[in-house]
Write a protein that binds this ligand. Structure first.
Ligand code: ADP
Length: 349
């Protein structure tokens, strides 16, 4: 069961990139929420500028759609630096990194999204680049292989990952600044939506943006995406203005409930409750039952369900909580005893 998700974490899709770009804050003072991260970044940026030095390497981690890419661009703007954007899976060989690094200027930023997906050789190639601003590049192969030591300009690497735990210790250790991005409060999301509505020239009745914010799972990307869907709905079914009825009808059509859960979240919880008797169930087993990618469940579905206390993660697997059963109107499941040994070894929880 692959469900078209309005709530999916990634930003791909028709027009989505442009839409995101238009709504993306450009300066630190335009960013809403993440107060702690913003304050620390503001200090680091000011200090680096005063010293006339590039920033230390920075790692952002947290669920998709919380603003990691946005912050990388904001930092580049604040530092007056150029930014080059790439991603872990796009850098398949050392030559790909070399191509980027050899053209990078002093103080410029290299942004690597999904940095946990770098291959080991590429990652190891990056170590001296990050630490000593040089690389050992091998040209030719076999008998003619030669290693050339290539000095680089002092640049700043900004890495983004949804899973800091998957980063190797040596890579993690080479970042001077690490920031965990948290889910946003409904009030912060309302502020973000207010800003977006102004940029989109959208009229909204009092209380309507709050309705969208409450159903956005603490995630600005989802809030903006819902705003876009609601705007379309208002244009077709109404006079273009957001009213309480338009918003709730549009969200109902998207099958998003009052907590912001969509069909895939509910399917996940239902599978856990009914197929696995409330759990514990391993993520691979759940992915197989739902016909979904394990990564989607771990990156996009679970973090919010964990945050609102609908799922518990134990050593033996995922368990549903009574709150989740109540929300779905299911008989409250009592988690099972220990898993049979065989299952324990097969499942990677
Ligand atoms: P990530 O890289 O973590 O997946 P993005 O940086 O792509 O997330 O953010 C998704 C969208 O959310 C952006 O296009 C932007 O419009 C919005 N956004 C993110 N963070 C903020 C913020 N602090 N304030 C306002 N809008 C934000």
């Amino acid at each position: 069961m692959v469900i078209d998700r309005v709530l999916s974490g990634d930003s791909r899709g028709e027009g989505e990139e442009q839409f995101n770009y238009a709504l993306r804050p450009k300066r630190l003072e335009e960013c809403i929420g993440q107060d702690n991260v913003r304050q620390k970044l503001a200090i680091a940026i000011q200090a680096a500028r005063k010293r006339g030095e590039p920033l230390e390497h920075i790692l952002f981690y947290g669920p998709p759609g919380l603003g990691k890419t946005t912050l990388a661009h904001v930092i580049a703007n604040e530092m007056g630096a150029a930014i080059r954007v790439t991603s872990g899976p796009a850098l398949t060989k050392q030559g790909d990194v070399m191509g980027l690094l050899s053209n990078i200027g002093t103080g410029d930023i290299l942004f690597i999204d999904e940095i946990h997906r770098l291959s080991t050789p590429v990652e190891e190639f990056l170590y001296p680049a990050m630490e000593d601003f040089k690389v050992d590049f091998t040209v030719d192969s076999g008998l003619h292989a030669k290693t050339i030591n290539f000095p680089l300009k002092r640049f700043t690497l900004i890495g983004a990952t949804t899973r800091a735990g998957l980063l190797s210790a040596p890579l993690r250790g080479r970042f001077g600044i690490l920031h965990h991005l948290e889910f946003y409060s409904p009030q912060e999301l309302t502020q973000i939506l207010r800003r977006s509505a102004v940029l989109l020239n959208l009229q909204a009745d009092a209380g309507t943006l709050e309705l969208i914010a409450q159903r956005s799972r603490g995630t600005p990307r989802i809030a903006n995406r819902l705003l876009k869907r609601v705007r379309d709905y208002a244009q077709v079914k109404g006079a273009g203005r957001l009213t309480a009825k338009i918003v709730s009808d549009a969200l109902r059509m998207e099958q998003i409930d009052e907590l912001g859960l969509d069909e895939l979240d509910r399917a996940f919880l239902r599978a856990l409750a009914t197929v696995y008797g409330g759990g514990p169930a391993g993520i691979e087993a759940l992915a197989a039952t739902l016909g979904e990618e394990r990564d989607t469940l771990e990156d996009v579905v679970e973090p919010y369900l964990l945050q609102i206390g609908f799922v518990r993660r134990t050593k033996r697997g995922r368990e549903i909580t009574p709150e989740a059963c109540r929300h779905l109107g299911l008989k409250i499941a009592s988690p099972k005893g220990p898993l049979p040994q065989k299952e324990l070894f097969e499942e990677d929880v």
